[in-house]
Ligand binder design. Structure first.
Ligand code: C2E
Ligand code: CA
Ligand code: CA
Length: 678
């Protein structure tokens, strides 16, 4: 409460007051001068003693009022000081409750500014009436004075009519109008136009503490004095709540790592911007970016490095598209860019190639130079859609297409892409039901001994017996099964049928080998070994007569997990062969590291035998060196077989002997061949 005055000068103030106020000493109304700085009465007349319940003037003047003053009274006194300092002529008429003898007594009071000779601002207090109002209105008047809610009354013109102490403590000046109070003139206009009787808003207001956010309710009323239209406005400061809310909203709409807008932001604000742009008759693009080798960085350098890389990429994107809000991160290594300026194809392609260039520039992460390239998909609006979800899906598809045609590339969306996806999706659904309905059957193709031309084995090949479309070949459904993971299910179905066929043939005296294809995905399954053993045992099969065909890609990782699994399978009796040999990356010299029994030379070599002769010869001789036996696939012509004979290739498979056929047919052929297996 201001600076405390020394005892000596307080005495001087008192002496000069009793002189100058001598004339009102005997007046009937209680009067006193209150020292706002020192919380004491500086001067009082006789009648005031009764109001304060004081025995004598000396006793009253000697009272330290700050001793048990409540915080709200202290605040109000401080407010009077501010009000009087700002405006010497201001007066306040208020109802005060004093407790002279612990009895609450209510008075109608007038407070005005009283300036001492020294220039100090004090408060002149007059009791105009001992109030005889009803308790209700007394309490409400009291509440108005004490509440921390800002309550003000403004004339329809915007001039202030009344403010409670809380409201006064916040305004810059007592004369502040509605326009000066609210930062947002929309609110003022709403009140001016007075269409509604009540207006509520959270809005920014100008206060002595700078701009704040207040939750306001303005109610239309009539001024009790003039009867003119007025606005009664109550306001509560919600700035802190608003700041927390804003932060929560920021977090909900932005990515914490890069601080870029996230998927939520995209679905709301990108859509609004697209709508606005379209309504002006313009077009634009949505660009989907996926980093090509991000996973490698994460795997080899760790997640911190991965995070740094993403931050670097997002900074580059923000720099390139100076409006940060058109770049978003969708999660992982996926970014999205919204361009809303009309571009022709050349502009778009220029932007995209610049984008690829910017992202592909090497960066230094953890003191290492790292480079990532992006695959980029572009969807145009309105041509490819007007809805953000649809556009994202289309740009995503285009991005996948860009990856397919060789990463570090870009592609536009086209209807063909979505048609392909749609038919793939329906094919996937059909395959699921086909699995449920047992529509898959194993066909068998003979494996033939080159020397004796007798069947020594069979390869099981899946066929889809479609109820309407008839027999469907694997090239139609195997890729979709691989992508969707259904291959593990299908693989087991075919494996089981093969085990049963092998057992039946063996029971009929045909001791031939059965080869079954294992997809890389199936091979990666933890339970693979147990599952295969379970199927063999529960169907009375013989693992020693079963060969599992894996592709070179399974061996690529060269990891202990793969090697252990192969050993587990071999330990149980299965044989392992490498399918489509020569098309992958296997180094012949490494093959001896794996427990492999057989190589199947890919049919592309057999079919271009003239040029492939040296390599066929090399594979066969190397395989023999490692104790492997060799099967030539896709033999269609006698000359091919003749050449294989000269290379002393062990077995062959191909249309020359027989196509893949159904079980009974195969069994018939077996029964008709001379009983002399290899
Ligand atoms: P694959 O394992 O290389 O199977 C040999 C493919 O070559 C078979 O095609 C067979 O019909 C075909 N073929 C055999 N001899 C000749 C010939 O003389 N000329 C020509 N042009 N082709 C010949 P199919 O049955 O269409 O199977 C294609 C591929 O589908 C298989 O290639 C295999 O990779 C996959 N597949 C088939 N069934 C299964 C299965 O049950 N599981 C897994 N994972 N893949 C399977
Ligand atoms: Ca095969
Ligand atoms: Ca093959």
């Amino acid at each position: 409460m201001g600076s405390i005055t020394s005892a000596k000068s307080l005495e001087q103030d008192r002496a000069s007051l009793s002189q100058s106020l001598d004339i009102v000493e005997n007046i009937r109304y209680p009067l006193w001068v209150f020292d706002l700085d020192n919380a004491c009465v500086l001067w009082c007349n006789k009648s005031s003693l009764a109001v304060w319940g004081a025995d004598s003037k000396d006793e009253l003047l000697g009272r330290d009022m700050s001793a048990n003053m409540s915080l709200s009274v202290a605040k109000r006194l401080a407010q009077y000081k501010v009000d009087f300092t700002n405006n010497e002529n201001i007066q306040f008429k208020e109802i005060w409750t004093l407790h002279p003898n612990d009895e609450p007594t209510t008075f109608d009071m007038v407070f005005s500014c009283f300036k001492l000779d020294t220039g100090r601002v004090c408060m002149f207090c007059e009791v105009t009436n001992q109030s005889d109002r009803d308790p209700e209105s007394l309490r409400s008047a009291e509440a108005l004075l004490h509440t921390s809610v800002n309550i003000s009354l403004y004339a329809a013109s915007g001039e202030p009519l009344y403010r409670n102490p809380a409201a006064r403590s916040n305004v810059h000046a007592a004369s502040a109008t509605l326009e000066q109070h609210f930062s947002d003139q929309k609110i003022v206009n709403q009140l001016r136009n007075a269409v509604k009787d009540e207006v509520s808003a959270v809005t920014e207001v100008n206060t002595v503490n700078g701009p704040r956010w207040n939750d306001i309710t303005a109610r239309r009323c009539l001024d009790a004095v003039t009867g003119d239209a007025a606005w009664l406005i109550s306001e509560v400061d919600v700035s802190r709540l608003k700041a927390t809310e804003e932060q929560a909203q920021f977090l909900a709409e932005h990515d914490t790592l890069t601080r870029l807008p996230n998927r939520n932001y995209v679905s709301i604000y990108f859509q609004t911007r697209i709508d606005r742009h379209l309504s002006l008759g313009n077009s634009g693009e949505l660009i989907f970016i996926d980093l090509d080798n991000f996973k490698d960085v994460n795997d080899s350098l760790g997640h911190d490095a991965g995070d740094q890389l993403l931050i670097e990429v997002s900074e580059r994107l923000m720099q390139m598209f100076s409006n940060g809000n058109s770049v978003a991160r969708l999660g992982g290594d996926e970014f999205l860019i919204l361009l809303t300026s009309d571009h022709d194809q050349t502009d778009i392609e220029k932007t995209v190639s610049q984008l690829i260039h910017v992202i592909s520039k090497p960066m230094v992460i953890q003191e290492r130079e790292v480079q990532v390239t992006p695959s980029v998909g572009v969807a145009l609006f309105p041509a490819d859609g007007v809805n953000i979800r649809e556009l994202m899906r289309h740009a995503d598809l285009a991005m996948y297409h860009a990856k397919d045609i060789g990463k570090n590339n870009f592609s536009y969306f086209s209807k063909d892409l979505s048609d392909a996806v749609e038919s793939r999706m329906s094919l996937e659904a059909e395959l699921r039901s086909a699995l449920r309905n047992d529509e898959f059957v194993a066909y068998f193709q003979p494996r033939v001994d080159v020397g004796s031309n007798l069947i020594v084995g069979a390869e099981a090949l899946a066929r889809w017996h479609h109820p309407k479309r008839g027999m469907i070949a694997p090239n139609v459904f195997i890729p979709v099964c691989e992508e969707s993971g259904l291959i593990t299910e299908l693989g087991k179905v075919i494996f089981k049928q093969s085990v049963i066929a092998q057992r039946n043939w063996s029971e009929q005296g045909h001791d031939i080998r059965m080869s079954v294809n294992l997809s890389p995905l199936q091979f990666a399954e933890d339970e693979l070994v147990d599952e295969l053993i379970r199927i063999v045992e529960s169907n009375g099969g013989n693992a020693h007569r079963i060969e599992l065909e894996i592709t070179e890609s399974v061996l690529l990782g060269n990891d202990q997990y793969t090697i252990d699994k192969l050993h587990d399978l071999v330990a149980y009796g299965f044989q392992i062969s490498i399918d489509d040999f020569g098309t992958g990356y296997s180094n012949l010299a490494y093959l001896h590291r794996y427990p492999i029994k057989c190589l199947k030379i890919d049919r592309s070599f057999i079919q271009s035998m003239d040029t492939a002769k040296p390599i066929i010869e090399l594979i066969i001789s190397m395989a023999k060196l490692f104790g492997l036996y060799v099967v030539a696939e896709g033999v269609e012509e006698e000359q091919q077989l003749a050449l294989l004979r000269t290379y002393q290739c062990h077995e062959y498979q191909g249309f020359l002997f027989e196509k893949p056929i159904e079980l009974e047919l195969f069994t018939n052929i077996l029964c008709n061949q001379p009983k002399k297996a290899a």
